[in-house]
Structure formats: structure tokens, C-alpha cells
Design a protein around this ligand. Structure first.
Ligand code: ZN
Length: 402
């Protein structure tokens, strides 16, 4: 309770300071009569704000402007009652949108006609989420593909690094970095079919994850985990040099990318690969979701060049910018900076949400506040499974002010 009051006081004080500042500035610019009218309008406005804050405290009503999301990894052990309890807690804490992981690159967690089905979580989630007035956005992996059928029958769909190694046989970093090549029409069709299938459901949106190339340079905090120093782009992590990519680029620019001396500095070659992903998003996936009346969002990187993800040009409804500062060895201020920078660079009518990786409660609280200070329309939390009651309590107190 003390915290709630402190937060409220901070808001009232900040607002009051703001009014004084505006009034002083305007007095200099306006004549006396106009100035008196102006003052009356400001006082009325201030009174309404106080009434609003009072309403929050007295009635506990939701007057939030933000939209807050949470990623949910599959859990087939949990019963419907477990999910009801979890969703109810999320709703009370200030969450609006659920992101259940429904296609993991290995299996589907909905009744798919074309992918191996491991469970029917989506069918179970829809009525429960609706009963708590929560949105559902189907979280799907986009480029990595671990399906046996595709590995066996379409090995040529996988991308190739600058050493000529396929991500199917020799994936970078981890076994699941088996990314498909975004230059191939068959790959587009395969991904489009998943978006199409999910869009048939009574959901609010589709959420694209791993809509990118493998990281040519990993976030700095992960280097020690893989025993690497990535001070530049190394060929084993640099994709894609498959026949299709080489041929298309040569037709366009007159040079085989394998002959480029410094690929990391070759603007046309970099842009060619950004465009492959952008084309898939803007011209193939966004239209399918929108045609079915669904929103479409993506999980995007702050270091977008390292994953060839020029998301500022994407015609999405929302980007969930993964500001996992811990992986970049950065602090809360970095989160604010990237929210501001991201919002400035977006070229379409796309809303930016701050993707946060859970941390100790006091630190996490700071990440949330900095996200809103940076102008984010809300937060997206990774993940439900990592969220503890202490985090929920903190979010309940904070989110109602945004
Ligand atoms: Zn390729």
C-alpha cells in the first residue's frame, strides 16, 4: 500500500510541477484576459487528473493506457484449472495479451493438419482466455525448422554459411539453429501455410519469432557461454551463400557474393539479405494475417544488423523489441534508450512494446519503468514460467499507472 501511495504521490507531484512550468511559460506569451481563461482551463484539467488518480485508488479500476503481453512456453501437464488460475492472476496484474508458443519449429500445440501435433493447447486456451478478456496471439517460430519431414525431403531449403556448410548439418551455436533460406519460394509457402492455419482460429493475432537470419554476431553476454570472441563477422556464422541467394544477387548486382572481399562492409549484399526477410514479412505474411482480420507482430532485436532484421521497415501492427539487457551486459537505461530509438525509426504505423527478460523483482521494476519512460506502449515479458508471485505483486502496483 505504501508503495502504491508513493507511486501516486510521484505522479501528482510530477503533474503539478508540469502545470506550474507550463503556466509560467504561457503567462509570458499571453495577454492578461486570455491568461486568466487559460488558468481556469488548466485548473479544471488538474482537478480531472486528481479525480482520475483517486478513482484508481478507491475503485481499483483499470484506467491503464498500456497493453502488456506475456510469452507462454508449452506446458502439457497443467490442467484447465491451473491455466484459469494463471490467467486470472495475469489479468489482475495488468496483462492484456497472451503469447502461447504454438509452433516450436519441432511440433505444433494446436490441431494442425500439416505439422506434427504434440498437444491441443490453443483449443483449450481460447475459451479460458476469453473468459478473462485476454487477447491471444499465436507465437510461432518462423525460420528455424527441425521437422524430420523437411530435413529428409528438402535439405536444399536450409541456409548455407560462407564456408559452404548447411545449417542442417552444421548449425551455428546450438542444435536448433537449423534456419531455412528466405530466398526460396518453397520456404515462403511453407511459412505462409503456418500463418494461414493459425489465422483460421478465433485469436487476436499471429506473433512471428525467429523471423531473421542466425546471429552473425551474438549478444556480448553470450560469448563466454559459447567460448567465442566475435569481434567481427566470421564466415561460419555468416549466411546465406546458397545457390539461390548467389544467383539472385549476381543477377541483381553482377557479382557472386562469395567473391566479395569484405562482406560485412558490402552495403548491397547486406541490404539484399535484409530485403529477403522484409519481403517475406511485408508481402507474404502480413497480408495473410490482415486478410483474416488478425493482428501481426514480431519479436525483434535491438542489434538488428547482426540478424539481418530491418524491422523498422516492416508493416506490422506491433514489434516486441527484445531488450534483454542481461544478455548485452547493459543496464535499465539501455532499455529506455532503445525504446526511444526504435520508436523514432519505425516507418509504418507499428506500435513498439518493450520485451523484457525477467530478473530479480527490484531490477525488473526498473526495467518496466524505463520502458515506459522510453515511450513503449507496454511491456512483453519472457516468460510466464519465470514469473513469480513477487513479480506479479510489483506489476500490479506499477502497471496501473501506465
Ligand atoms: Zn540462400
Amino acid at each position: 500500500m505504501a508503495n502504491i501511495l508513493n507511486e501516486e504521490n510521484k505522479h501528482v507531484t510530477a503533474f503539478y510541477r508540469n502545470v506550474i512550468h507550463i503556466v509560467t511559460r504561457e503567462e509570458r506569451c499571453l495577454g492578461r484576459r486570455t491568461f486568466i481563461k487559460y488558468i481556469i482551463r488548466k485548473i479544471v484539467g488538474f482537478a480531472s487528473t486528481l479525480a482520475l488518480l483517486n478513482a484508481i485508488n478507491c475503485k481499483g479500476k483499470n484506467t491503464r493506457m498500456s497493453k502488456n503481453w506475456i510469452w507462454i512456453t508449452p506446458d502439457l501437464e497443467a490442467t484447465d484449472d491451473d491455466w484459469k488460475r494463471r490467467f486470472e492472476k495475469l489479468k489482475k496484474a495488468g496483462f492484456d495479451a497472451l503469447l502461447p508458443e504454438l509452433y516450436t519449429g519441432r511440433a505444433a500445440y494446436y490441431c494442425s493438419n500439416r505439422l506434427p501435433v504434440k498437444g491441443e493447447l490453443l483449443e483449450r486456451f481460447i475459451p479460458i482466455a476469453r473468459s478473462f478478456d485476454l487477447e491471444i496471439h499465436a507465437w510461432m517460430w518462423t525460420m528455424p525448422c527441425m521437422l524430420e519431414d523437411i530435413q529428409k525431403n528438402h535439405p536444399d531449403w536450409y541456409n548455407i554459411n560462407r564456408l559452404g556448410q548447411s545449417s542442417l548439418k552444421k548449425p551455428a551455436y546450438v542444435d536448433y539453429y537449423k534456419f531455412l533460406c528466405p530466398a526460396k519460394e518453397e520456404v515462403h509457402e511453407f511459412i505462409q501455410d503456418t500463418v494461414q492455419e493459425l489465422s483460421q482460429y478465433d485469436i487476436d493475432g499471429v506473433h512471428l519469432d525467429y523471423i531473421r537470419f542466425p546471429d552473425v554476431i551474438l549478444a556480448k553476454g553470450l560469448w563466454s557461454k559459447y567460448n567465442l570472441i566475435q569481434d567481427k563477422e566470421y564466415p561460419q556464422f555468416d549466411y546465406c551463400y546458397c545457390e539461390t541467394c548467389r544467383k539472385k544477387f549476381k543477377e541483381q548486382e553482377g557479382i557472386d557474393p562469395l567473391e566479395i572481399k569484405e562482406p560485412s562492409e558490402h552495403q548491397a549484399w547486406l541490404q539484399f539479405r535484409y530485403n529477403l526477410i522484409t519481403d517475406l514479412v511485408n508481402n507474404k505474411l502480413v497480408p495473410i494475417a490482415h486478410e483474416k482480420g488478425k493482428l501481426i507482430s514480431a519479436a525483434v532485436f535491438p542489434n538488428w544488423k547482426d540478424v539481418r532484421q530491418e524491422w523498422r521497415t516492416w508493416k506490422l501492427d506491433a514489434v516486441l523489441l527484445m531488450l534483454y539487457n542481461q544478455f548485452y551486459l547493459e543496464n535499465a537505461e539501455w532499455i529506455k534508450h532503445h525504446c526511444e530509438k526504435g520508436i523514432q525509426t519505425l516507418q509504418h504505423n507499428t506500435k513498439l512494446y518493450s520485451g523484457l527478460f525477467i530478473d530479480k523483482t527490484d531490477k525488473f521494476k526498473e526495467y518496466v519503468i524505463k520502458s515506459f519512460e522510453g515511450g513503449a506502449k507496454g511491456i512483453s515479458v519472457y516468460s510466464l514460467q519465470k514469473l513469480e508471485d513477487e513479480h506479479l505483486e510489483m506489476l500490479t502496483q506499477i502497471l496501473k499507472f501506465y
